[in-house]
Design a protein around this ligand. Sequence first.
Ligand SMILES: CC(C)(COP(=O)(O)OP(=O)(O)OC[C@H]1O[C@@H](n2cnc3c(N)ncnc32)[C@H](O)[C@@H]1OP(=O)(O)O)[C@@H](O)C(=O)NCCC(=O)NCCS
Length: 208
Amino acid sequence: MKPIVIIGEGGHSKVVQDIIAAEGVYRVIAVLDDKYAEVFEKDHVLIGPISYAEKLNEETDAVFVIAIGNNQVREKIARMLFKAGAVFKAVVHPFSSVSPSARLGAGTVVMAGSVINADAVIGEHAIINSGAVVEHDNQIGNFAHVSPGAVLTGNVCVGTGAHIGAGATVIPGKTVGEWSVVGAGTVVINDIVDDVTVIGVPAKIMKK
Ligand SMILES: CC(C)(COP(=O)(O)OP(=O)(O)OC[C@H]1O[C@@H](n2cnc3c(N)ncnc32)[C@H](O)[C@@H]1OP(=O)(O)O)[C@@H](O)C(=O)NCCC(=O)NCCS
């Protein structure tokens, strides 16, 4: 199995580690998180600060996945490690359904029970969370997060870094702007501009 390094050790990382185990493609050699100052070994896995990633990248042929739920933090770390030459891979739970014609960017995480239908294009370092539905022809930007149980109907566009909250719905053909947040349970029936938070049925801007 190919070696993989996981960045982040919070709740989201626990789920990503389960996906990697279920997928059976990668062997976790290190879990790095800045809550650690020193490098040590636990159960044959290296644990240490994120800065240790550069050394692992130079000295091993490991690939990387960033298992941090916060979109801004994930972007910052991805840019830093990309500059250092890290290669990112998508991890996909075997109990998800991904169309053969869908495309997944590097570093993207697809969780159990999610459905990604025909010709959907998912960017890099995105999260398609448990039970989310990404219908045909969606375009999901880099660093976006589609939360558990959210439903993106056909031809929806989700901008870079946008967060679709749990159980939210976006009707066909609508766009959620870059870095915007759609609250849990919201129903989006109009395009949403960049950098706003929307809530309610139908969605209204609560803050910019
Ligand atoms: C929309 C959201 C981002 C707002 O967070 P916030 O800025 O901290 O907002 P607050 O909790 O201070 O709430 C502000 C007001 O909005 C209301 N509100 C918050 N979220 C709401 C939602 N999803 N739907 C309807 N109303 C909501 C609150 O009741 C409150 O109303 P009030 O001023 O009348 O008391 C957040 O509530 C949310 O829904 N996040 C999505 C979380 C999620 O799905 N995570 C998935 C992780 S895997």
